[in-house]
Design a protein around this ligand. Sequence first.
Ligand code: MCA
Ligand code: AMP
Length: 492
Amino acid sequence: MSAPLLTSLAEPDGDRPDALTVAGRSCSREALLGAAGAVAARIAGAPVVAVRATPTVETVTAVVGALLAGVPVVPVPPDSGPAERDHILRDSKAALLLTGPQGEEDAGREAPAGPAGTPGPAGAPGPAGARGGAGPAAPVETVPVDLAERAAWTGPEPDPKATAFILYTSGTTGAPKGALISRRAVAADLDALAEAWAWTAEDTLVHGLPLFHVHGLVLGVLGALRTGSRLVHTGRPTPAAYAEAGGSLYFGVPTVWHRVTQDPDAARALSSARLLVSGSAPLPAPVFRDLELLTGHRPVERYGMTETLITLSTRADGERRPGYVGTPLSGIRTRVAAEEGAEIGELQLTGPTLFDGYLGRPEATTGSYTEDGWFRTGDIAAIEPDGFHRIVGRASTDLIKSGGYRIGAGEVENALLDHPAVREAAVVGAPHEDLGQQIVAYVVADGVSEAELIDFVAGQLSVHKRPRKVRFLDALPRNAMGKPQKKLLPPA
Ligand code: MCA
Ligand code: AMP
């Protein structure tokens, strides 16, 4: 039985003024607990709460407040356009949206919501990027988080089986689905990672990853709060900010580590760290080697998914091999479903860190498990005789990983088809040195430019889901059945 999720928050040395720093603003654990207690008091009893996940102390306070009160948190990417944002709010049925200070929010690109307490017009729920637009804005009451408010939260510890997070994540087609992540799954994962990485209260964790995904939010915020380590969130994950932060433990996606290797001075400043950790996408072997040359560290690589949290990793006290994601974390079992005689196949998992299904989508949940109850990752892997795992690729080319973000080709295609000038669209992930894959859109369209279409998608969905390139074709290659043949598209 693991300890309550936020155990270390109430520890006696909680008055250290820089326990938590986000984008240059610091606070103590005591102050965080007090302000989060005030949030908890305001939202207690709500079935679910959305948080506009800017990289700010307010976001951390909002998330901690909701977790104290036992209210499931739905992080909303701060740059999400109306289609994506409305889908997340409607699908999760979040009636409250916790945000930073009101003035800051007004400067953002958030779609206008109804005045506090007055639900907006009820529109037909439509998936993000569904042809025909998303309809009127989702009805939601905006609740600004005030860091000056304080309250001692005295409510009971929520049930470990209760949902901590509803994390929206893309599939190959359609709108993102809400993955239900329990409190005990988060606790089990963070404890397993702390063990594998020898992560303790002596560490200072540094990263600048977005606070709406597992990597930046679950590992990067709750991990620090649970282990008791200091946290420096750099706002953006730039090499210069990482170098300046002087941490012992660093998290990054491969794009971040690639950029660090392109900035040798920044890279050398990381020599004094204890551990550099890469995840969310494959770390290219050349980046691994350059990091070792410049920093003296062989990075730890770990593998995970929104639905499973982190399940495989190399260890602080073990071998770190380029191209390998190590061995299962404590409690995780893996197998490779390979065809007779083959060594590679789909990676399947069981263990305490797995999600509780997709919100309101029982068929998708059932479809993500094998008949004998193992989770199907959709990743193709091999397991070496010494137990080290290698991720070879993904089973479907319609799930793209760009800059560590998971993006469904179908969601971007639907967003493009919402543009009146676009008649057909096919989206692929093309290999890219810095982003791993970049989104390339092939369209049949008249009277619209590449830049207009890129801005259109960036405006409807999150900015990172925009195509980086658009190719105009007279027709998409199709088979005899009329199905688009992405393999026959011309090179990007
Ligand atoms: C550019 N911008 C635009 C447009 N073009 N804005 C609007 N419309 C446009 N057409 C602006 C953006 O707003 C942004 O501004 C700037 O240009 C750069 O945007 P972006 O594309 O985000 O930058 P990038 O440099 O390509 O980003 C690289 C990155 C990012 C920083 C590495 O990809 C990133 O943060 N990745 C992390 C993803 C992650 O955490 N994944 C974890 C998933 P401004 O700069 O002002 O904002 S969890 C997971 O995978 C599992 C569980 C696991 O294993 O971890
Ligand atoms: P997400 O749901 O955003 O968490 O993305 C999960 C996907 O990221 C996995 O299914 C993998 O395809 C990919 N991924 C995460 N970590 C790694 C890694 N270390 N190596 C290769 N792929 C990874």
